[in-house]
Design a protein around this ligand. Structure first.
Ligand SMILES: [Cu+2]
Length: 141
């Protein structure tokens, strides 16, 4: 049942992957709208109530290379991000963003390697309980 995709930082990593698989096994359906994001560096936007939420990274996301994620959502009180693959357990990649003085939310993120070679990621942004997803790809070889 557990995907072999969760390669990363040794034993702890596989325990997290196992937990992730158990947690995800109960919720097969995904009732969340997904916005395709062709370039996270250029940024992608989604409407959330009256606000336009923009996600942006400083570099192209590549596995094992930390990048900075910025989210503009000035009225939010808490912002979390979960990174996963559709149809594959990649372990628990959950980040809590911190608010910058300019009102942006920010986190440093490191994607795990997918040994199955998949490049399609889903970034689920949680803003005060509201969830929006962005689909993006890591570059091929
Ligand atoms: Cu994968």
């Amino acid at each position: 049942m557990v995907s072999l995709c969760c390669v990363g930082r040794g034993e702890m990593r596989s325990i997290k992957c196992l937990l992730g698989a158990l947690l995800l096994s109960g919720c097969g359906k995904q009732d969340i709208s997904v916005t395709h994001c062709p370039s996270l560096v250029q940024g992608c936007a989604v409407e959330l109530g009256a606000e336009k939420v923009i996600v942006k990274t400083n570099t192209l996301p590549v596995p094992l290379k930390p990048f900075t994620l910025s989210i503009s959502a000035s009225s939010a009180r808490q912002v979390n991000v979960v990174l996963q693959m559709q149809g594959m357990d990649m372990g628990l990649n959950r980040y809590r963003l911190l608010r910058e003085p300019n009102g942006e939310w920010r986190a440093t993120i490191t994607l795990p390697v997918c040994i199955s070679g998949w490049r399609d990621w889903l970034m689920i942004v949680e803003l005060d309980g509201e969830r929006r997803a962005f689909a993006f790809q890591t570059p091929g070889n």
